[in-house]
Write a protein that binds this ligand. Structure first.
Ligand SMILES: Cc1cc2nc3c(=O)[nH]c(=O)nc-3n(C[C@H](O)[C@H](O)[C@H](O)COP(=O)(O)O)c2cc1C
Length: 204
């Protein structure tokens, strides 16, 4: 079957995207608003860009029903800072809970019972319950798509990592076997990362 996205509705195209780009890692993004209140929400349109220096990106879509920007985007536009917390099996339920479409006055840390910890290089708090927190500074925001429901690609530089000690290998790398990160699929499906296999790249 051939599917032409120009013939589909926005929800149908969302399903095409989220059903084809799988599994997606989850950036659990904490930010601070100009009035000092905390915000936390998950974003699975998330990718690594490069390592020199470390750069990451995620995309904040338009809140179509309310026809408004999401709080994460407003806070990053105002502060230029954020923390990306890695979502794991242990925090899956709470991560999902923080995706509730609450207004800017709601601090998702208190709403779902998570502990904000101070960051070192940025003002945004980090999630104590997440084993990896990445402090980031904004590089640029690229507005893409339609006027009615634009996506905002947020490109950041990662400036400081906090990694729980027990996750570190003797070489000081992150042991993904212990991390138990989760990934997003489509609809309400997620995947675990506990069934691994290895492949060595060809030496040519
Ligand atoms: C696992 C998961 C992944 C999500 N990924 C995205 C995403 O990549 N982009 C997006 O705009 N919304 C995404 N959402 C929805 C946002 O988390 C949701 O709109 C949230 O209310 C935004 O919060 P904010 O207004 O505090 O920024 C996702 C939700 C879940 C549960």
């Amino acid at each position: 079957m051939i599917i032409d996205p120009s013939q589909l509705s926005l929800p149908q195209n969302s399903q095409l995207v989220t059903g084809s780009v799988v599994p997606r890692p989850i950036a659990w993004v904490s930010t601070i608003a100009p009035d000092g209140s905390y915000n936390l929400a998950p974003f699975s349109y998330f990718m690594a860009i490069g390592a020199d220096p470390p750069q990451l990106a995620f995309s904040v879509n338009w809140r179509v029903r309310a026809n408004s920007k999401k709080d994460t985007l407003s806070n990053i536009e105002a502060s230029g800072e954020l923390v990306i917390n890695v979502a794991t099996e242990a925090t899956a339920e709470k991560m999902n809970h923080t995706s509730g479409e609450w207004g800017p006055e709601v601090d998702e840390f208190s709403a779902v019972g998570l502990t904000p910890l101070p960051s070192v290089k940025v003002k945004a708090p980090r999630v104590a319950e997440s084993p990896v927190n990445i402090e980031c500074r904004l590089n640029q925001i690229v507005r893409l798509g339609s006027e009615k429901a634009p996506a905002h690609l947020i490109i950041v530089e990662a400036v400081l990592w906090h990694v729980r000690d027990d996750l570190l290998t003797p070489q000081n790398t992150i042991d993904v076997k212990k991390l138990h990160a989760i990934g997003r699929l489509s609809y309400n499906y997620y995947t675990r990362t506990n069934e691994l296999f290895e492949m060595v790249r060809p030496q040519v």
